[in-house]
Design a protein around this ligand. Sequence first.
Ligand code: GLU
Length: 421
Amino acid sequence: MSQKPSVPLDPHAMAVRQLKQAAAHMDIEPGLLERITHTEREVTVHFPVKMDDGSLRMFAGYRVQHNDVRGPYKGGLRYHPATELGEVRALAMWMTWKAAVVNIPYGGAKGGVTCDPKTLSPGERERLTRRFTYEIAPIIGPERDIPAPDVYTGPQEMAWIMDTYSMISGQATPGVVTGKPLELGGSLGRFEATGRGVVITAREAARHLGRDLEGMTVAIQGSGNVGGVAARYFELAGAKVVAISDSKSGVYNPKGIESAQALACKDQYACLLGHELASEEISNQELLELEVDLLAPCAMEGVLTPDNADRIKAKLVVEGANGPTTPEADAILEDKGVLVVPDILANAGGVTVSYFEWVQNLQNLLWSEDEIGQRLEDILCRSMKEVLAIAQEKKVSLRNAAMILGVGRVLAASRLRGVYP
Ligand code: GLU
């Protein structure tokens, strides 16, 4: 978000470092380890979009497919000014481990377009989405690679992708993308899934520490698809959300903010700050360092770095964002006794309900909200238990434990499939 780390962030180097750290606790053939540090396919496209003023603008877009040994590639698409190939590469790798940690039959991919979505009109956004879909159409598909929402993309973008892909293929193909609007084969509970999963895994981690979310103070960085929803579920669980932010700044009130009001205010005025009960404006940097029980970074990668890790006061960090903690910061937090629930587990609720959506699409089924909520609970609680057991057995952090679980599953599948030809 706003703060700049003293060392420029290299997300792919960070992802590889995390992999090597976990690999040190595993027995992996060197060739196989080398194989999974690489992505399988990287597509960069440059495409024109007609802007509202009649001009033509070129955009760069990416789809990176890291690994599909366990099933079709799966992962979101983000629209962000800082999106570049290295970032998307790391995000694709994290998706592979994430799907494997929760044991759903997918590989990992990610994509994005370098753009500032806030400056695009709805028409420009639609034309950009449709043209980008056309550009990546040869490598996506319901059995091949299934995109989904990510930073600054949501159900409307997924609807345009579904329509464009269906037009190209000559048949309605809802299973090509997840996170669609309900009217187009989207699943109940998908929109809330990532934020809800953050709170489920936070609850299980708190339990592990002998605590309860009830009464815990929580700071949330981000108020979008993940942070905004997590705020609501934290409040439902009896926790007290004392701070929340957007890309510009945050609001803080030690007595607790009513996040629903702050978010409604953001919807109406594009700013969390119009909210009367919020007593203080704080920066995104200050939010991370607040005196709270639980910190949930739910925005961008690389926000917990060696520059601020020492000053984090929360005892529990739950990563709603992908890659918010650098490996150096991880080590500092571990030394301080901070329990970090890693992204590949904490935010896996999104891809888990994406999987439910895809299964429903492929079979023309409709599951109820209760069914989806229960299945999500079951999968996340089981995965959390498995990760905690590995952490205890091998005396490693939850990140290393989750990596050992996820990477182990990918390797097991790799060994069985062997190498073609
Ligand atoms: N973008 C989300 C993530 O990072 C969801 C991916 C999906 O549903 O495929 O996990």
